[in-house]
Design a protein around this ligand. Structure first.
Ligand code: SAH
Length: 240
């Protein structure tokens, strides 16, 4: 019923192999996304091949920056996951990861819970709340090997939202869709203050396309000082 030729090719480019069940899960995810998108705002991208490329393959492109997600049972948190990107595609393709999905909108969390029930995904924790509020020591602070985030904020703000979740020696990888020389320059101070160090950026085009992507990799080299993150709203209103 669906034409999966291009998707299969793209997966091969990323060196990812999926079994039939995983392919079914992606199709089920697509259908649930479109169904719920008719009564709530989840995505502007709805055409089948576009969703495969710009949501699914894009989410999976992280293998170019973090190969061990393919095999290790790393703890991963997706901050501002929205309709589940990149977190859900990562969980489908790499079911051994321990995934936490965080978003400040309850409706999106409801959608994600429905998706994971329909797809029978295991080991997902859902958090409804602001990233600033769940990075407290009695909550999720410094519990993750990897923090990911796509299309949530500029790198400076995002570093304050994300780095507190990362364990020392862990990584924060931001998905960007344009060149970010200036944005990266403006985030230098924040990254340093929060205990991070910029590793590098992996620039790529999504397979068989000219769609540019930039995976910006920050390592956590020191614990984040207690005063960060500041109270909800400040990281975006007054970036460090
Ligand atoms: N990552 C998804 C969604 C991007 S839209 C994608 O790439 O498609 C941004 C999402 O971040 C929204 O769902 C919004 O509710 C959430 N968000 C924005 N600021 C947040 C914060 N401070 N804490 C938690 N979620 C936040």
């Amino acid at each position: 019923m669906y034409n999966l030729e291009q998707f299969q090719k793209d997966l091969k480019c990323l060196d990812i192999s999926l079994n039939e069940n995983q392919i079914d899960q992606f199709m089920n995810y697509y259908e649930t996304l479109i169904e719920w998108n008719s009564f709530m705002n989840l995505t502007a991208i709805v055409e089948f091949q576009d969703v495969l490329k710009k949501h699914f393959i894009d989410s999976l492109s992280i293998v170019k920056a973090y190969e061990k997600i393919k095999t290790e049972s790393v703890k991963v948190i997706d901050i501002g996951t929205g309709a589940g990107f990149p977190g859900i595609p990562l969980k489908i393709a790499f079911p051994q990861i321990k995934l936490t999905l965080l978003d400040s909108l309850q409706k999106k969390i409801n959608f994600l819970q429905e998706v994971s029930a329909r797809l029978k995904l295991q080991n997902i924790t859902f958090i409804h709340g602001r990233a600033e509020d769940y990075a407290k020591p009695d909550k999720e602070r410094e519990k993750y090997d990897l923090c990911v985030s796509r299309a949530v904020a500029n790198l400076s703000t995002l570093s304050e939202l994300c780095l507190p979740y990362v364990k020392p020696n862990g990584k924060f990888i931001s998905y960007k869709s344009e060149k970010i020389t200036e944005e990266a320059e403006n985030a230098k101070k924040a990254i340093h203050l929060l205990g991070g160090k910029t590793e590098n950026q992996i620039e790529l085009n999504l397979p068989d396309s000219n769609i540019y992507r930039n995976l910006f990799i920050i390592s956590k080299i020191q614990p984040t000082p207690k005063k960060y993150p500041r109270k909800a709203g400040l990281p975006s209103k007054e970036p460090l």
